[in-house]
Design a protein around this ligand. Structure first.
Ligand code: NAP
Ligand code: F7E
Length: 327
């Protein structure tokens, strides 16, 4: 059984690949060429890197996708590639739309052309809810995105549904709430915090500058969430699912817990900097994953406190060993 992953060099691409390798699937991944010929998180896991078949391609370049789909002919496609940083989407809205909307359309068209009987997963996001109305957001909640990123994910979500309905394709959307890990990109708030806490503890940094401390997120563990993605493609019918823990915590809660992990008080180190405030903010997210729990028999395992501790400890170890491994 062959799977093809776009965005394989990112956080979820890494954990999904590890899961697929464990299940003895053949893993093929699309990588953007860069001047150093590096493969993101895989550089720190050479043993598993050798088991992956990488292909140069870009989701905004349909020609590159066609040639990959034609030669791999995968049974399952996980489309994870995206410009995924919300803050960046205000500075680079065109790139965000090109990659996230046109890129998804390109992936769907190659999928339809070369493997119409295959299965396709699309990485949608809780950012589509944005200005939330419901205390708990589920598949039926109103979608009102608050950033170019959120708008792009909403457009891609509907494009997937439209392709499913128009061409009778197996295309499923996972509406995933925030999920983190030691492999999380360093600009996202959780990893920015865990890295800073580790550096401060080791005397390598003096303060931590953050934006809105009151924003609340439903944070889970990436390793748990990739299992939900996989399960969506094991169903007989395509569908859309919310994947979340059902708990919400503020950025301040995350900071406080992270500093407590190393016996420090965040109030001594955290300063707010307007530079990190967003033109429009998503203040509150809390997901209701009842449908995924019932239909996919999926449940998150890692709790909030465990996640924070896992990330801080990983960064402490990494810095102490002068290594960058992120598993
Ligand atoms: P990530 O770490 O930022 O990874 C994004 C991946 O997309 C990277 O491999 C990146 O390659 C690749 N990529 C970006 N532009 C591309 C292009 N034009 N062509 C080909 N590849 C491209 O993101 P993640 O956290 O793993 O998230 C995976 C997906 O889930 C994304 O679609 C994200 O929007 C969505 N999502 C994430 C969360 C979350 O909390 N993590 C929640 C909901 C939805 P490079 O390594 O070359 O940059
Ligand atoms: O921000 C606040 C910020 O950038 C979380 C992506 O994976 O999840 C992620 O999007 C919150 C926001 O993630 C800083 O204002 C405060 O309220 O870690 P973040 P995000 O925007 O929620 C969704 C589900 C995705 O789909 C996205 O791809 O934290 N915040 N101070 C800060 N955020 C950052 N980055 N940096 C700060 O200094």
């Amino acid at each position: 059984m062959k799977i093809l992953i776009s965005g394989i060099t990112g956080q979820d691409g890494y954990y999904l690949s590890l899961l697929a390798l464990k299940k003895k699937l053949e893993v093929h991944g699309i990588v953007r060429r860069n001047s150093q010929k590096t493969y993101g998180v895989w550089e720190y896991d050479p043993t598993n890197k050798e088991k992956i078949r990488f292909y140069y391609g870009d989701v905004s370049d349909k020609t590159s996708l066609d040639s990959i789909f034609r030669s791999v002919k995968p049974e399952m496609v996980f489309h994870l590639a995206a410009q995924s940083f919300v803050q960046e989407s205000w500075s680079n809205p065109e790139v965000t739309y090109d990659v996230n909307i046109k890129g998804t359309l390109n992936m769907l068209n190659s999928f339809r052309e070369y493997i119409p009987d295959g299965k396709f997963y699309n990485a949608c996001s809780s950012e589509v809810y944005g200005k939330v109305e419901d205390e708990l957001q589920n598949e039926r909640s109103r979608m009102w995105p608050r950033s170019p990123y959120g708008v792009s994910k909403l457009a891609a979500y509907w494009t997937c549904i439209n392709y499913r309905e128009s061409y009778d394709l197996f295309v499923s959307n996972g509406i995933l709430f925030n999920h983190e890990s030691p492999c999380r990109g360093v600009e996202f708030v959780t990893r920015k915090i865990s890295l800073a806490v580790a550096k401060i503890k080791l005397g390598l940094q003096k303060e931590l500058k953050l934006g809105n401390l009151e924003a609340k997120r439903d944070w889970g563990f990436s390793g748990d969430y990739v299992l939900a993605m996989y399960k969506m493609l094991q169903q007989d019918e395509p569908d859309d699912y919310v994947v979340a823990t059902g708990e919400t915590h503020s950025v301040k809660d995350f900071v406080k817990t992270a500093f407590e992990t190393v016996d420090l008080d965040y109030k001594d180190y955290v300063v707010t900097d307007p530079k990190y405030l967003r033109p429009a903010e998503v203040q509150y997210l809390r997901g209701d994953s009842t449908k995924a729990q019932k239909k996919l028999n999926w449940k998150p395992k890692v709790k909030f406190e465990e996640l924070v501790e896992m990330m801080v400890k990983a960064d402490l170890e990494r810095l102490s060993r002068h290594e960058a491994s992120c598993r």
